[in-house]
Design a protein around this ligand. Sequence first.
Ligand code: GLU
Length: 363
Amino acid sequence: MHKKIYKRIAVKVGSNVLASTDGTLDIGRISHIVDEISNLKKQSGVEIILISSGAVAAGRSLLPSTNRMDTVSARQLWSAVGQVKLINTYSQLFAKNQLFCAQVLTTKENFSDRRHYLNMKNCISTMLDNNVVPIVNENDTISVTELMFTDNDELSGLISSMMNCQALIILSNVDGIYNGNPNDENTSVIENINASDRSYENYISMQKSGFGRGGMHTKYNVARKIALEGIDVFIANGTRNNIISGIIQNEKIPFTRFHPNGRKLKSSKKWLAHSDSFAKGIITVNQGAKEALFDMNANSLLLIGVTHIKGFFKKGDIIRIQDEEGNQLGLGKSQYNSDEANELIGKKARRPLIYYDYMFLYE
Ligand code: GLU
């Protein structure tokens, strides 16, 4: 495999890379990662967006005993205290490399509204245009329970998709996805995974690792989904030195690489691809409409092919599309509210229920 030249990459660093076994921030490791990013930027001009966990772990190590607090409050306190420590550490280390970094804290809800999404995209683009390294984390102080990302792996996928990165590197404390139990002697890291091939799913270890929220299962799902959007994804060990440059130079070191299937999505479709949890209604379409959606003609979804509508939604809300057997076909942005759409079911209407450009269909 030839080395690819990347112009913009996202690097996700997990808590297990940034924190030592006692939970305190591993300054040596963070410093190494910052130096690597800084050198890459200076040598090749590549734009790098960092998605960094570690706030909760850092906060917990600073304030280990909390006064009779429930788990949500403790997490809010730790993340608030820890994020300051984390970003300060990054800021000082980037300054040593004559670079500025900037903090971006976000929530899952910010991705549900297209205007917020575009604001966030514009903000990170401006940072990159000014040679500043954006450091993104979830705003853990206000993201609780159902409003949370599954973990920062999910967040890194959303950011790399939104920012049109050519590669996403997910760093944790293991070398990649193994073809068996990582503790077995005969087990090795799977080097290449084709995003369209689902046969690797049996290998994924359900084990979670130490401090972080994510496990290999979510890493795999995020990696596959993002690769299917045309982005190269790597899962690698961030506790190894020079891992980011090693991946970019395609050196002979262990990591798992997910190969895209060649599909390139427009920005509006990328946004929809990650909006499943925000869907307000479900549209059932007949066989003819299903065939029209999946043929090569870039068809919009017309109300004449709709057989059933469930849920209440406004014009502009995201809705799910399914066939009559209940198979999920995709997502789209509705051009009608649910009352209007219900009245026009099965009829020839002036405009489509979902325009082609605002529809994302699963593989
Ligand atoms: N946002 C959390 C933190 O900074 C980490 C979430 C995760 O482990 O993925 O501590």
